[in-house]
Design a protein around this ligand. Sequence first.
Ligand SMILES: C[S@@+](CC[C@H](N)C(=O)[O-])C[C@H]1O[C@@H](n2cnc3c(N)ncnc32)[C@H](O)[C@@H]1O
Length: 273
Amino acid sequence: MNSQSELTLAGVVCPPHNVGGDLKMEKNPSEIDSQPSSVSSFDDIRWFHRIDLGDGKITPGIDDTAAKLERIRLPDDLAGRSVLDVGSWDGFFAFECERRGAQRVCAVDSYCWGEDGWADKSGFDYAKRKLGSKVEERYCEVVDLDPESLGVYDLTLFLGVLYHLEDPIKALRQISAVTRDHLILETKVDLLECRRPAWSYYGGSELNRDPTNWWAPNPPALCAALASVGFRRIEVVSGPKPFWQRLMRRPTRERSWWREFQCCRMAVHAWKS
Ligand SMILES: C[S@@+](CC[C@H](N)C(=O)[O-])C[C@H]1O[C@@H](n2cnc3c(N)ncnc32)[C@H](O)[C@@H]1O
């Protein structure tokens, strides 16, 4: 660690956020059309989503995608609607919206479609090819989402991305700019015992040992942030878990029982109309 960049607060040495910081997202933020990846063998792909490819194979993702699909309450019928899936990764939710009749679907990602991510875009490309999907794709940072070049969508999915962003309010403003009416947002929430709007800051890797995590709101802060960027109606569709369920949590090596108790996942629908 570069000792010149350490901060000392009341005798406590705090490493700057970006220590070993090449793990943080430093991709060139310029928006480019994404290119198909070169890896195409099913077994070589580091899958995140579990996608039914329709040929008897389900991709072996580490994510419990079916459970997430249930939690976010995606409308059954998306006929005639346009959908933007921000942070699409292997694309399960984009493909699912297409399957539910959406007229136009665009998948956007940066980190995991670039060279520095945990995986790459080969899962998306493989599944898209196998499914015969027409989902559009763009490599773009959330903070660079631009309605002029990307368009405005009836429904935006913003699932599991908010806490990865260094500037979540700016990101929500850009999400609002590309959303005509309806947003489905899924995120980690923290500080559940605090009644005032608050954001938990992760200075290092303490959230899931992942240095790409920066901030998680508590529910009042999430609702206030969504209202401040133009969403007038907000409905919580899942989580946070009741306190008695969180009471049973076990501490981890990185996080005390109290910190575990205060964390959960939550999904909301928000509308401008
Ligand atoms: C935890 S995964 C969630 C994937 C998917 N949305 C889901 O919920 O299953 C986070 C995704 O957000 C993407 N991501 C993280 N930071 C981003 C950023 N600044 N701009 C665009 N995408 C980002 C990552 O590349 C990754 O695909």
